[in-house]
Design a protein around this ligand. Structure first.
Ligand code: SAH
Length: 458
């Protein structure tokens, strides 16, 4: 049984998110969302399949053409990395792509309830693992900072539970633009931000509730202290290598310049084996696969940290369990977008292979999931939280927004079944320790983890 304070205590301080101008824009997205695919369609639901015919020679395309002409065809992983996170021209680096005017919308942007339930999950795990004196909340790829903001609101509301705990926030973000937006969302304006572009901690500030917050480009630079990690729609933007089975064996899909059309890219197959083939399982039965070594490196880093210092990681994304083949795709203006057209103007993404994440964690930490978002949020008490917020809201538009947000998160045809939750936990979190076994003279029963089994309110 997972025990955390009652929803009543949360509700006492719990409020509908204040509607700042930014949030009013978000509400507009959620409101229109239910009525048309262009608004709620986003990254995950778009039915727009029409490819863009003209390929504008974007600065990124020119950069890639130059690169390919100099050194030959590039892997899909190198293409994704350049297009998304090149420090000068990368898609993520200088723009805000989230929301109505952007290219896609995510769960934290759709409903405040999403972040609140994740906040409860972290407190629940912190309590279940002995209420450590320090609590580092580390978010990978925090977008606009909305999820962290909603989690922090729960922490404030449960201040009496966390009052002796030394909390700090650590954001791993490569985007200059998004880190500025995160600072606007999270920090207290009166306390100036400290900036040092050369330092691994490139920005520091203090949140509205007085908690220190630091920004890093790399997880490696986050202090190796007792931490709780969250990654929402982060793993899907990490670069994948694509492979195709041929009579000669696995061949990597590469990106080359089309010899017939200037400034046009095309896929080709590598003539011989390439190093990333090492990431394909020996008993692989699919004939097309995508592998994401960077995801493996990050999972191993998270696993080692959790094994060493305790804590947990919660990963939520769309993905599969080692079954899908071609999932590499682009999104622009809430529609599917040809990945090779106008690079740098559209998001690129691939489904997360959770079976690979599990293998990378194995032996170091325990993993749970993936389970469907619908099941996770239900177990976390989304229905109770929705009811509390509905009872508190008198404004009809706000009530409607809450209900539409709930539908988008939970409906199996929308995000309910497309998104999965996956957790990394220290082995001892799921297995009673030896002294407990001896004391009880009985087989230890695993202690349930909220979300992956029903959360019990007390
Ligand atoms: N978690 C947010 C945003 C998802 S978009 C949400 O759900 O709303 C992906 C996020 O990851 C962006 O903030 C992007 O800038 C960041 N990102 C992409 N590649 C990254 C990398 N290699 N390292 C750190 N952050 C990265």
């Amino acid at each position: 049984m997972t025990v955390i304070p009652t929803p009543g205590r949360l509700a006492a301080g719990g409020q509908v998110r204040h509607a700042t101008p930014r949030q009013r824009r978000r509400q507009a997205v959620a409101r229109c969302g239910a009525s048309g695919p262009c608004l709620w369609g986003g990254k995950h639901f778009s039915s727009g399949k029409e490819p863009v015919e003209n390929s504008p020679a974007t600065p990124m395309l020119q950069h890639l053409v130059y690169k390919i002409k100099s050194t030959g065809p590039i892997t899909v992983a190198e293409y994704m990395k350049e297009v998304l996170t090149n420090p000068v021209k990368g898609y993520y680096v200088h723009r805000d792509m989230l929301g109505e005017k952007g290219d896609f919308i995510t769960s934290p942007e759709i409903s405040q309830i999403f972040g609140e339930l994740l906040g409860i999950w972290f407190i629940s795990e912190w309590m279940a693992t002995g209420k450590s004196a320090t609590f580092q909340l580390v978010e990978l790829g925090p977008g606009r900072g909305t999820l962290a903001g909603d989690i922090l609101r729960v922490f404030s509301q449960l201040g009496s539970v966390l009052k002796k705990c030394d909390i700090s926030i650590h954001l791993v973000e490569v985007s200059q633009k998004l880190s500025e937006i995160q600072a606007l969302t999270l920090t207290e304006e009166k306390v100036p931000l400290e900036r040092d572009a050369e330092s691994p901690v490139y920005m520091k500030g203090v949140t509205k509730s007085g908690i220190p917050v630091s920004w890093y480009r790399d997880l490696q630079d986050v202090p190796k202290e007792h931490s709780f990690y969250v990654a929402h729609e982060f793993f899907d933007v990490l670069p994948v290598h694509k492979f195709q089975k041929t009579p000669q064996g696995w061949r990597e899909v590469l990106i080359d310049i089309d010899p017939q059309v200037s400034d046009k890219l095309r896929f080709v197959l590598a003539p011989c084996a390439t190093p990333a083939e090492a990431f394909i399982q020996h008993d692989e039965t699919r004939d097309h696969v995508e592998v994401c070594p960077e995801a493996g490196v990050i999972i191993q880093e998270l696993s080692q940290r959790i094994a060493l210092t305790g804590g947990a990681a919660l990963i939520a994304d769309y993905g599969h369990d080692g079954t899908k083949t071609d999932t590499f795709r682009g999104f622009c203006g809430h529609k599917l977008h040809d990945v090779l057209i106008a690079p740098g103007t559209a998001d690129l993404t691939a489904d997360v292979d959770f079976s690979y994440l599990r293998r990378m964690a194995q032996g170091t930490v325990a993993s749970l999931g993936p389970i469907k978002q619908q099941t996770f949020l239900k177990n976390m008490g989304i229905d109770v939280r929705l009811k509390v917020l509905l009872d508190k809201s008198t404004e009809p538009s706000l009530r409607q927004q809450l209900l539409q947000g709930y539908d988008m998160l939970m409906n199996p045809k929308k995000m309910g079944e497309r998104f999965n939750f996956f957790a990394l936990l220290p082995h001892q979190r799921l297995h009673a320790r030896s002294h407990e076994i001896n004391a009880n003279h009985s087989k230890p029963s695993p202690s349930p983890v909220a979300g992956f089994s029903e959360l019990t309110w007390q």
